[in-house]
Design a protein around this ligand. Structure first.
Ligand code: FAD
Length: 494
């Protein structure tokens, strides 16, 4: 008999994981389906920041006349800032081992100067938004102090700097693992989850949706009372297979980061500014290294969106050279790179994007009990899970009782050992070497991106996954290729 669920969640990124966990906790029988591995999409290719929301405030507070001209968009920016601050407070308190505080410095230059009172007001508003439970530690430096600040040494225009601000941001050290933690915690309260399984068809059958799933073992169908489409930049593809290609809610924006070693004066410090085009630009500490970006361009979610091009790498180096001409960084200084496609809410008129982060109930647009989410962010993922669950609850009652929602992170076994690999495969659904090294064990983010552990981990995984010697060797080759194509890092010759 075909199994029926209250909700089928499409996707296994940060938004799907949060939605699945909140739906399961509310008592909905839920199946989450991810065509690759949990957290392997955009959620693994980000700038990894739990932003405090300052960027939204500066967008909202340009000038009084700009505010009066577009009050709705200004209020939207305020509300996004509040959600960022609340998401920050909630996440830092409940999952402290998945985030790291980082001091960021923002230079106040002639082009980028904001009056001190405005900076203080912005930080007061942000502090008030979460009750000050996770301090922002704002410090405003005078021009003289900024000129002496170690991390600003070598910056263009330092002699005419007007001051600087420093404050604490939080960095997600390992967003992919947050996705895996969330899926595993949801499974512990009854959610079912399938990775390496794609949703390929959605057909209305009476009051239900027939959902076709394709996996290596072959296709099968399940039935769902509601479909929660959290496929990130691919949400419109899912609505199209449900028979509504005209419903378009998403647009994609590619972002690229490069990884390099910056001078000692910047070690452990973040640097934030805006480009001439008004886009945010960061230097973010990454162990002894930094990642720098993002560099944004349009994209539709095709595989090229998940690889940095030479032109994008050159553009980031050029921007960095403008900021810190003394560093004289060249292409050969770039150790590796990554790129991802940000899902952005499509503007109402269909042209361009809006900063909106929102759920959509598509019932009145011809898709009964289909819900989708656009513009989802790492930093407000739990809010997204709650909002989607509320939207579903307006249409359907859960078939089961509520269950405890536990958002604490799981402990991860250290290193690549027989036990840690067996745990990744047998308890956490890892199916490939990449699943094991990048999303179950943190070694996939060491400076060689896990290459030196590939052979050993593959040998440990083989008996659990039934790999023949040829399949084991193919997994190692695939991991090396992924590291080269997605990150531009080549394995050193044997
Ligand atoms: C360069 C860059 C920097 C960013 N920096 C930050 C930051 O600092 N802080 C922050 O909060 N956010 C940041 N973001 C935004 C954030 O990363 C994303 O918006 C967020 O990860 C989106 O999560 P998601 O779950 O919607 O999408 P995804 O993680 O892409 O998940 C969607 C999943 O759906 C799956 N899927 C698609 N089709 C199907 C199908 N047919 N069947 C089954 N599964 C399917 C995909 O495989 C994918 O895994 C950044 C984004 C980029 C690109």
């Amino acid at each position: 008999m075909t199994q029926t669920y209250d909700t089928v969640v499409v996707g296994g990124g940060i938004i799907a994981a949060a939605a699945g966990q909140h739906l399961a906790a509310a008592g909905y029988s839920t199946l989450l389906v991810e065509r690759d591995d949990y957290g392997s999409g955009t959620s693994s290719k980000t700038s990894r920041l739990q932003h405090c929301g300052l960027g939204y405030l500066s967008a909202a507070s340009g000038s009084i006349s700009a505010f009066l001209a577009r009050p709705r968009s200004a209020f939207e920016c305020f509300s996004l800032m509040r959600r960022s601050m609340r998401g920050r407070a909630e996440f830092v308190r409940t999952s402290p081992d998945r985030v790291k505080p980082v001091t960021f410095v923002v230079p106040l230059t002639r082009e980028n100067a904001i009056p001190r009172w405005k900076a203080r007001l912005a930080f007061r508003l942000m502090t008030a938004s979460d009750g000050g439970s996770v301090p922002l530690d704002l410090r405003i430096l005078s021009a003289g102090e900024a000129r002496m600040y170690p991390a600003l040494q070598g910056m263009a225009g330092l002699e005419s700097i007007r001051g600087a601000m420093t404050f604490t941001e939080y960095q997600y050290q390992w967003p992919e693992r947050i996705v895996v933690d969330t899926v595993m915690k949801a499974r512990a309260i009854g959610m079912e989850a399938l990775n390496h399984t794609a949703v390929t068809a959605l057909v209305r059958e009476g009051d239900l949706w027939r959902v076709t799933l394709a996996a290596a073992e072959g296709p099968r169908d399940v039935l769902a009372r509601a479909v929660v489409n959290c496929a990130g930049v691919w949400v419109d593809e899912i609505t199209a297979i449900a028979g509504a290609p005209h419903i378009r809610k998403n647009t994609g924006e590619k972002g690229t980061n490069i990884v390099l070693r910056l001078p000692e004066s910047l070690r452990g410090i973040g640097f934030e500014t805006v480009t001439a085009a008004g886009a945010p630009f960061y230097l973010i500490p990454w162990g002894e290294l930094h990642y720098v970006g993002p560099w944004d361009s349009a994209s539709d979610g095709r595989p090229e969106g998940f690889r940095a091009t030479e032109a994008e790498i050159a553009a980031i180096l050029k921007q960095l050279g403008r900021l810190f001409p003394g560093f004289e960084l060249r292409r050969e200084d770039v150790l590796y790179s990554w790129a991802g496609v940000r899902p952005r809410s499509l503007a109402r008129d269909g042209n361009g994007s809006t900063p909106a982060v929102q759920e959509h109930d598509l019932t009145d647009e011809g898709l009964p009990n289909v819900f989708t989410f656009t513009g989802g962010l790492l930093m407000t993922h739990r809010d997204a899970g709650r909002r989607l669950t509320r939207a579903v609850s307006r249409r359907l009652k859960p078939s089961g009782p509520p269950r405890p929602l536990d958002t604490a992170s799981l402990s991860v076994m250290d290193g690549v050992t027989q036990a840690s690999v067996a745990h990744a495969v047998l308890s956490e659904q890892a199916c490939t070497l990449s699943d094991i090294l990048r999303r179950r064990l943190s070694v996939g983010w060491e400076s060689d991106l896990g290459l030196r552990h590939a052979e050993t981990a593959a040998q440990f995984a083989a008996p659990h996954l039934g790999w023949t010697p040829e399949q084991t060797a193919a997994q190692v080759t695939a991991f090396i290729e992924e590291t080269a194509t997605e990150f531009g890092l080549r394995a050193p010759p044997c």
